[in-house]
Write a protein that binds this ligand. Structure first.
Ligand code: AP5
Length: 303
């Protein structure tokens, strides 16, 4: 099973990706983690990415596309993966499609985690991770069971990300809305997009995601992505609309809202009105033209 998790910074992509990874035996592919590892190693990519990440901007598409192409090709990704933080631009989404098609890999789920911007700053400002194993925590929402001790590896050292400060977070949010949110319609148009309420408690979000992945009906916290709005129809003129009321009354019999008799009377009246041109029209135009005009309701009456 191959999944894309989409959502703004702090939406909980990383938190949930780790849980899904364990539960479904998949591998989490986080471009953020890959870039942070590159920065820590002092590689060429890391040196280029460092300043960009600290400024809250997106690293160039070519860099992250190359990182993902390499990572997806490794043996552990064959058992299925969760893309966390990729794609983030339309160019990346298209590149992902191309690389998956080339490898004959199918994308099973694209899930958007919806969270209001107001919540995100607090979530990110309160976040920290274990310096040894990378387990994620939050000052209020997700504390270690024993204060100051990592639940996973027992380490007592923790760290915070260089880009987790209020100023950079607002820039990361702006980048999300300008460059990443536009890829939602890309997946929605293909009927591939589902969404979960990322503001629900962490366990509820996990349940909602698990239900989607297991193909179960929508659980609490899951919400259907809204369809693209339909094109507005031009309102019909009363003369055209009335015969429909008759048809409806016929079809529904006694349950129809407009009684059949009344609808018939109304329809006849409408037809009479339509057939007989207005006095102002009669006599002023040739018969043929008057007849043609008569087929449509004269403008003055249509109001
Ligand atoms: P990246 O590392 O991907 O960061 P991000 O997308 O900004 O997302 P975060 O990791 O900040 O948040 P998250 O959604 O994983 O939330 P988390 O689970 O930690 O990218 C960093 C940078 O790298 C980018 O700015 C960019 O420069 C670069 N980059 C990365 N990918 C790129 C790409 N594809 N293209 C270009 N550039 C790229 O949760 C946050 C906190 O909230 C935690 O403390 C958690 O405990 C808490 N929390 C989570 N869920 C809940 C909940 N339901 N209720 C309460 N608290 C919760």
């Amino acid at each position: 099973m191959n999944i894309v998790l989409l959502g703004p910074p702090g939406a909980g992509k990383g938190t949930q990706a780790k849980r899904i990874e364990e539960k479904f035996g998949l591998v989490q592919l986080s471009t953020g983690d890959m870039l942070r590892a590159a920065v820590a190693s002092g590689s060429e990519i890391g040196l280029k990415a460092k300043a960009i990440m600290e400024a809250g901007q997106l690293v160039p598409d070519e860099v992250v596309i190359a990182l993902i192409a390499d990572r997806i090709g490794r043996p552990d990704a064959k058992r299925g993966f969760i893309l966390d933080g990729f794609p983030r631009t339309t160019k990346q989404a298209e590149a992902l499609d191309a690389m998956l098609a080339e490898k004959g890999i199918k994308l099973d789920h694209v899930i958007e985690m919806k969270v209001d911007d107001a919540l995100l700053v607090d979530r990110i400002a309160g976040r920290y991770t274990c310096a040894k194993c990378g387990a994620g925590y939050h000052e209020r929402n997700q504390k270690p069971k024993t204060e100051g001790v990592c639940d996973v590896c027992g380490s007592t050292e923790f760290k915070r990300r260089a880009d987790d400060n209020a100023e950079t977070v607002s820039k990361r949010l702006a980048a999300y809305h300008a460059q990443t949110a536009p890829i939602l319609p890309y997946y929605r148009a293909r009927g591939a997009l589902k969404s979960v309420d990322g503001m629900a408690p962490i366990d509820s979000v996990t349940s909602a995601l698990s239900a989607i992945l297991a193909g179960k009906p929508a659980a609490a916290g899951a919400s259907k992505a809204p369809k693209a709005p339909k094109a507005k129809r031009k309102p019909k003129s009363p003369a055209k609309a009335r015969p429909k009321a008759k048809a409806r009354s016929k079809a529904k019999g006694s349950r129809a809202k407009v009684p059949a008799k009344k609808a018939k009377r109304v329809t006849k009246k409408a037809v009479r009105r339509v057939k007989r041109p207005a006095a102002s029209v009669r006599g002023k135009v040739p018969r043929k033209a008057a007849k043609a005009l008569g087929k449509r309701r004269p403008a003055a009456r249509r109001k």
